[in-house]
Design a protein around this ligand. Structure first.
Ligand SMILES: Cc1cc2nc3c(=O)[nH]c(=O)nc-3n(C[C@H](O)[C@H](O)[C@H](O)COP(=O)(O)OP(=O)(O)OC[C@H]3O[C@@H](n4cnc5c(N)ncnc54)[C@H](O)[C@@H]3O)c2cc1C
Length: 396
């Protein structure tokens, strides 16, 4: 089914930009890449497709639109960045495994030393380095400051011992940024340190966790005296909480963007239009989803312009994460109900990729995969707590 998209009007200042983006996507997004984009269940597409798409964007100079131009950004306006993401979604581009691009790179630009910038930014831009996030632990999730993984300083190295859990893509990554405890202090937020760790390293092991959608994206990671140079520390020893908070702010502001929701919405819409007598209840929910998604896009556009998402503003990233992840779940559930009602929703059919159950099965798997959206990067309750604290403090 052709993708509905607004034609650029003569008065749109971004008409030429949109035409350039569409021409690039028409050529660079080969059918296999589009198929990988369509099949995406979790937080990124098939890793081979991710790598290929990353390389193509990097070659075109478009891999890091949100970065300052001095470090490889595109110099686009916030609206152009939004339009680019939307076009990628409408054209089923793969969803990148891009914590490096989205959050760690900007953090290193803001808080890293010039040496760290020179060492790490090129690998993030080229896609050679994939980064996993090592924050959560069996005893530290929402209450992240309870981190117990220890880093003991021995000369110019730390020796790290402990365990991380729910680590997305640790099995695919060659590097990890991690929050570790260098000191036991009165307040749990004190004595934490932010480290950049090479993977694999002697003493570091990765063990898979298979999620309800049948996918392997998550892992446990175990550290036994893993040696990490002190030079790989971002910020001061014991000051890692402030660094991690900034990282989370960057991640929450863009890990469930409207473009991600638009991908699922267009599946739901296509399925709905293919049903001759769509149940009125489903029709009404589809209309609500379109309205909510459009409102979310406008919210993003109003919050993301440069300078708005400043350090210390916790509410905007939390609001974007909260709205995005809960809408993502509602739309994925709707897509499943529309696509799957007549086609069988058995879990056994999750991976029926080509047969008559394929659409319903994939929509069902997507619904299960999006259950995680209101947990990762801080649960919805955590985001509400953050926003409430800011309201109580009179910050907004
Ligand atoms: C798909 C997925 C990917 C992930 N990827 C990563 C990753 O790459 N790296 C990483 O470090 N972590 C990752 N996580 C972990 C994620 O950040 C944690 O799961 C999340 O912070 C919640 O922590 P928890 O699982 O320990 O749950 P808990 O903190 O035990 O929470 C359990 C429940 O209690 C609620 N709750 C807890 N405290 C409060 C409170 N004060 N007020 C109200 N409700 C509360 C929570 O909202 C939740 O519903 C991922 C998780 C998922 C599901």
């Amino acid at each position: 089914m052709p993708v509905p998209r607004p034609a650029p009007s003569d008065t749109d200042p971004d008409a030429a930009f949109l035409a350039e983006v569409r021409a690039f996507l028409a050529e660079a997004l080969t059918p296999d890449l589009r198929e990988a984009g369509r099949r995406t269940l979790g937080v990124h597409s098939d890793i081979a497709a991710c790598r290929l798409w990353h390389q193509r964007l990097h070659r075109r100079g478009w891999i890091a639109p949100g970065w300052p131009t001095a470090h490889g950004g595109t110099g686009w306006t916030p609206r152009q960045r939004f339009l680019f993401d939307r076009e990628c979604a409408l054209n089923d581009a793969p969803v990148l495994f891009a914590g490096g691009i989205r959050s760690l790179g900007p953090l290193i630009i803001e808080m890293g030393t010039p040496l760290q910038q020179a060492r790490y930014l090129p690998g993030i831009l080229s896609g050679e380095d994939l980064w996993a996030q090592g924050f959560s632990e069996p005893g530290a999730g929402s209450d992240l400051a309870r981190i117990a993984t220890r880093a003991e300083r021995v000369g110019d190295h730390y020796r790290v011992t402990g365990a991380k859990i729910w680590t997305t893509g640790a099995h695919l990554s060659n590097r990890m940024f991690a929050l570790v405890r260098t000191e036991t202090a009165e307040k749990p937020q004190q004595g934490l340190t932010f480290l950049l760790i090479d993977m694999p390293s002697p003493g570091l092991t990765v063990s898979p966790i298979i999620t309800i959608d049948g996918e392997h994206e998550l892992n446990s990671v175990f550290f036994d005296q893993v040696s990490v140079p002190v030079a790989n520390r971002i910020g001061e020893e014991g000051q890692g909480w402030a660094v991690a908070k900034r990282l989370m702010q960057l991640a929450r502001s863009n890990n469930t963007p409207s473009a991600l929701v638009r991908r699922v919405y267009q599946r739901a819409r296509a399925a709905a239009l293919a049903v001759p007598d769509l149940e009125p209840g489903l029709m009404a929910r589809l209309v609500s989803a379109e309205i909510e998604l459009t409102a979310f896009e406008q919210t993003e556009l109003s919050l993301l312009p440069a300078g708005r998402l400043r350090e210390g503003d916790n509410t905007s990233p939390s609001a974007l994460k909260l709205i995005g992840s809960e809408l993502h779940q509602r739309v994925a559930e709707l897509a499943m109900e529309i696509a799957g009602t007549a086609r069988g929703l058995a879990l056994a059919a999750f991976h029926d990729e080509t047969g008559p159950l394929a659409d319903g099965a994939r929509a069902t798997a997507k619904h299960f995969a999006t259950r995680a959206a209101s947990i990762y990067s801080g649960s919805s309750e955590t985001q509400r707590n953050v926003i409430f604290q800011a309201l109580r403090a009179g910050i907004r």
